[in-house]
Design a protein around this ligand. Structure first.
Ligand code: 6R9
Length: 579
C-alpha cells in the first residue's frame, strides 16, 4: 500500500512549523542553556528540579502520580526538590559516595523518582531494574552493577532479592518503600523523615557517570551502558525539539523507567523542560489509557508501537467516546511503527504518531519525525540537527564504506553528541567494538531515501524486541540450560501481531528425556519463575539438535529462517553476526 506523506504546512490545516524546531542548533548553545553548578559542574538532578524551583516554577506540578487502585498524588517541583534533598542526605548518611551505584527495583512509584533524583544529587550512579524481571536477571544486574543500595518494595524484595543477598556482597543497604525496618533492610520513608530538606549538590563534572542502563547483546551477560551528567544536554534539547515540551505542558511517557526511555524521556527530558509528568502505575488497559488522556488533559504523549497496536485492536469506538482534543503531539519509539499506526493516530486521536529512533547507547533521540517536518508513514524520520547519520557497510579489514541513498546497510552515527554512552561497565573491548573511523555502529539495518528519511529494516544481530523490551537470547538460553532435561537451547524472536515479536525457544533434550507437552509446560514454567513472564519464552519447540557454526555458536538466524519458511541463503554469511 502506498501511504501518502502527512504534510505539516499551515495550508493543509496541520500545525505550523515550530520556530524552535527550525532553528539551527549547536551542542554548545544547548549546553549554555543549562544552569550548571557553581564552578563548572553539571548535574542532571539540579537541571531537573532545583533549577525549576530557582526559576520561580516551584509550585508547578512536576509529577502527577496515578496509583493502580485509583489513588492520586501530586508533587510540585518544590516538593520533589525537597524530597530528593532528603534522600540525598539519607544516602550520604549511609556512606554512599560519588560513583556508587544506587539501584531501584520497583514499579512506577513516586519513590522511584525520588531515588533517581536523590542519587544523582549525591553524584551516585542511578541504575533502574525492570520490576517484571525474575530473580535471575535481577541478581545478574545487581551483581554486575555492584549496587551498594537497592530501593524496592517488600514484595519484590521477598520474591526476587532476599534469598540471593548472600551472593551480593556489595549490596549493603536495602530500602523498602512500604514497610518498616527489619534486620538487613531499612524503611525508605523513615530515612526520608529523619533528614533535612536542604542539600547542596557537591561538584559533579559533566563527564561523571550518572546513569547505568542494562541492555542486551547477542552474546554474554547484559551490558551496562554508562551515561554521564552531560547527557542532560541532549535529553533537554530533544525533549523540546522532538517532543515539543514546554513549561507546564502535561506530558505522559508510557515507558517504564526500568528501561532507558522511561528515564531519558520519562524523567529527565520532561523535568528539565519544566513539564508536568503523568505517571500511571497500572499496566496497559485501553479504557484506562483513554480516560487518562482525557481526564489529565495530556498534551504530549510518548508511547510505543505495541501499545498503539493494542489500542487499534480495542477499536475506534472506544477512542471516539473520549475528548482527546488536548493532545497536541504524539510520538512513538522502541520498535518499528507501521504506517497504519501513524495514520490511525491522525484519524482517531487527531494527531499522527511521530516515530522516533534511538537506543540505550545513544541516550537520546537521534532520528525522528518532528513537529515541523512532513511525516512519511513507516519511516523513522530524519536525523536531528546536530546528528550526522549514515548507512554503512563494515569493511572486513576494519572501517566502513558509506552507502548511497536506497542501499541497505547498518545505521551509523558520527560520534560527538553529549548523550552518547561512555562505556559498557567492565567491558572496554565490547565498547570499542561499537566504533570505527569516528562512527558509532548501531547494529540496526536500515536504508535512507533520497530526501534523508531513514527506514528501519531489522537488527544485524540476534537480540529480540518483545513488546518494546530488548532481550538478549543468551540470558534466556542460559536459564533453560540449567534445567536437567536441556542439552541445548536457542532463542529467536517470532513475529507477533501485537508484541512485534514473541520469544520462541528451540530445545534439544539430553539423552533419557522425551519431548512431551508436560515437559514443554514445565520448561516454560521454569523459565517464567527464574526470568519473569516478560522475558520468558512464550513458545517452545523440541528439536533433535540446534544448527551451529563450526566454532559452535548457535545459528539463531537459521532457526528464524526455518520458523518463517524463508530461504536459508548463504550460510557463511550467517556466521558473521554483528557482534
Ligand atoms: C529507545 C530504545 C534499541 C533498539 C534499536 C532498534 C529498536 C528503537 C525504533 C526501533 C524501529 C524505531 N528501535 N526505536 N526499531 N523503529 N523507531 O528502544 O532503546 O531498548 O536500547 O532498543 O530498538 O532495533 O536498536 P533500546
Amino acid at each position: 500500500m502506498n501511504w501518502t506523506t502527512i504534510r505539516k504546512t499551515p495550508a493543509s490545516g496541520e500545525l505550523a512549523p515550530n520556530p524552535v524546531d527550525a532553528a539551527p542548533v549547536s551542542w554548545e548553545t544547548a549546553r549554555a542553556e543549562l544552569e550548571g553548578l557553581p564552578g563548572g559542574g553539571l548535574n542532571i538532578a539540579h537541571e531537573a528540579v532545583d533549577r525549576q524551583v530557582r526559576a520561580g516554577r516551584g509550585e508547578v506540578i512536576a509529577l502527577r502520580w496515578l496509583g493502580k487502585n485509583g489513588e492520586r498524588r501530586t508533587f510540585s517541583y518544590a516538593e520533589l526538590a525537597r524530597l530528593s534533598n532528603r534522600f540525598a542526605n539519607g544516602l550520604n548518611r549511609l556512606g554512599i559516595r560519588r560513583g556508587d551505584r544506587v539501584c531501584v527495583l520497583a514499579g512506577r512509584l513516586p519513590e522511584l523518582y525520588i531515588t533517581a533524583l536523590g542519587a544523582l544529587k549525591v553524584g551516585a550512579v542511578f541504575c533502574p531494574l525492570f520490576s517484571a524481571f525474575g530473580p535471575e536477571p535481577v541478581r545478574v544486574r545487581l551483581a554486575k552493577s555492584q549496587a551498594r543500595v537497592l530501593v524496592t518494595t517488600s514484595l519484590l524484595y521477598e520474591r526476587k532479592v532476599r534469598e540471593q543477598r548472600c551472593a551480593l556482597p556489595d549490596l549493603e543497604h536495602v530500602l523498602l518503600t512500604d514497610s518498616g525496618a527489619e534486620p538487613g533492610v531499612h524503611a525508605f520513608h523513615a530515612l526520608l523523615d529523619a533528614e533535612s530538606d536542604q542539600f547542596a549538590i557537591p561538584f559533579t563534572a559533566p563527564d561523571d557517570w550518572a546513569l547505568l542502563h542494562f541492555t542486551s547483546g547477542t552474546t554474554g551477560s547484559p551490558k551496562g551502558a554508562l551515561h554521564v551528567h552531560e547527557a542532560v544536554v541532549a535529553h533537554r534539547l530533544t525533549g523540546r525539539r522532538v517532543l515539543d515540551l514546554h513549561p507546564g505542558d502535561v506530558y505522559w511517557c508510557t515507558a517504564d523507567p526500568g528501561w532507558v526511555t522511561g528515564v531519558s524521556y520519562g524523567i529527565i527530558a520532561p523535568l528539565t523542560n519544566g513539564a508536568t509528568l503523568v505517571v500511571d502505575e497500572a499496566e496497559f488497559d485501553a479504557r484506562r489509557w483513554y480516560a487518562i488522556l482525557e481526564r489529565e488533559q495530556v498534551k504530549v504523549w510518548y508511547t510505543a508501537p505495541t501499545a498503539i497496536r493494542m489500542l487499534m485492536k480495542a477499536g475506534v469506538e472506544l477512542a471516539r467516546g473520549h475528548d482527546l482534543s488536548a493532545l497536541r503531539f504524539a510520538a512513538s519509539v522502541g520498535e518499528p511503527l507501521h504506517p497504519e499506526g501513524v495514520v490511525w493516530g491522525l484519524e482517531t486521536l487527531g494527531q499522527p504518531f511521530h516515530d522516533t529512533w534511538w537506543q540505550t547507547e545513544t541516550g537520546a533521540i537521534m532520528i525522528a519525525n518532528t513537529r515541523a517536518q512532513d511525516i512519511r508513514p513507516g519511516s523513522m524520520g530524519r536525523p536531528l540537527p546536530g546528528i550526522e547519520a549514515a548507512i554503512v557497510r563494515r569493511r572486513p579489514e576494519g572501517g566502513v564504506d558509506l552507502l548511497e541513498p536506497g542501499a541497505e546497510g547498518e545505521l551509523a552515527l558520527r560520534v560527538g553528541w553529549p548523550s552518547l554512552f561512555r562505556g559498557y561497565l567492565d567491558d572496554e573491548e565490547r565498547y570499542r567494538h561499537c566504533f570505527t573511523d569516528g562512527w558509532y555502529l548501531s547494529g540496526d539495518l536500515a536504508t535512507r531515501d533520497a530526501d534523508g528519511y531513514y527506514w528501519f529494516l531489522g537488527r544485524a544481530d540476534d537480540v529480540i524486541k518483545t513488546a518494546g523490551h530488548l532481550i538478549g537470547p543468551f540470558e534466556i538460553e542460559s536459564v533453560l540450560l540449567e534445567h536437567p532435561a536441556v542439552a541445548e537451547a536457542g532463542m529467536i524472536g517470532k513475529p507477533d501481531a501485537f508484541a512485534g515479536q514473541i520469544i520462541k525457544a528451540f530445545v534439544a533434550l539430553k539423552p533419557g528425556y522425551a519431548a512431551s507437552d508436560a515437559l514443554r509446560k514445565e520448561l516454560i514454567g521454569f523459565s517464567r519463575i527464574r526470568l519473569g513472564p516478560a522475558v520468558a519464552p512464550r513458545e517452545l519447540e523440541f528439536v533433535a539438535d540446534l544448527p551451529k557454526t563450526r566454532s559452535g555458536k548457535i545459528m539463531r538466524r537459521l532457526l528464524r529462517a526455518r520458523e518463517l519458511g524463508l530461504p536459508v541463503g548463504d550460510l557463511s554469511a550467517l556466521e558473521n553476526s554483528a557482534e
